[in-house]
Write a protein that binds this ligand. Structure first.
Ligand SMILES: CC(C)(COP(=O)(O)OP(=O)(O)OC[C@H]1O[C@@H](n2cnc3c(N)ncnc32)[C@H](O)[C@@H]1OP(=O)(O)O)[C@@H](O)C(=O)NCCC(=O)NCCS
Length: 145
């Protein structure tokens, strides 16, 4: 696992012991979280791919996350979130750099993220990191449960 330290900021992979803190962090910091988030679901993610959940820490506290999902074919980013008290310090930028490095190690050629059309705060961060909205695609969904 790649560990990156930028001043006091550390990015590491999340482990089972982080699950409750991550859920609490998402309820404060993330946008559009799935109401079916659960400790079991996050544990399942970590068991399936121990390097997917990236956690940024400052002084031992979670200040940012992103899920860097590599499924063997594509590179998908979820749950980019930064503590409101620590925004505009480059934490999202560092998290995305670590995620992209992970994807590159697997040979991924393109990363993507689902971003709400009215989440202009996120648009700034994704644009700054080099991501571009593709207007020709839409999201097609079907609930499975
Ligand atoms: C979007 C989010 C993750 C950005 O995190 P962040 O750590 O504040 O972002 P960074 O400090 O790394 O910003 C990187 C660049 O993005 C742009 N940016 C980020 N926030 C911005 C804002 N509020 N206004 C304008 N530009 C912004 C800037 O270019 C910035 O670089 P700069 O500060 O050197 O100018 C954070 O605002 C957040 O958690 N929002 C709520 C959750 C969310 O919407 N997540 C995205 C889901 S798709």
């Amino acid at each position: 696992m790649t560990e990156v330290t930028n001043t006091a900021l550390t990015v590491r992979a999340g482990a089972a012991g982080d699950v409750e803190e991550v859920l609490a962090f998402w309820s404060d910091a993330a946008e559009g979280t799935d109401r079916r988030d659960s400790a079991d679901a996050v544990r399942g993610l970590i068991e399936r791919d121990p390097e997917a959940l990236l956690i940024a820490e400052l002084d031992g506290r979670i200040v940012g996350t992103v899920i860097a999902g590599w499924d063997g074919w594509r590179c998908h980013l979820y749950r980019l979130a930064v503590d409101p008290a620590h925004r505009r310090k480059g934490i999202a930028r560092v998290l995305l750099e670590v995620a992209e490095k992970r994807f590159a190690e697997y040979g991924g050629i393109r990363a993507d993220a689902m971003v709400l059309d009215d989440n202009t705060l996120a648009h700034h961060a994704w644009t700054a990191a080099g991501y571009v909205r593709q207007p020709q695609w839409g999201r097609w969904v079907k609930p499975l449960q």
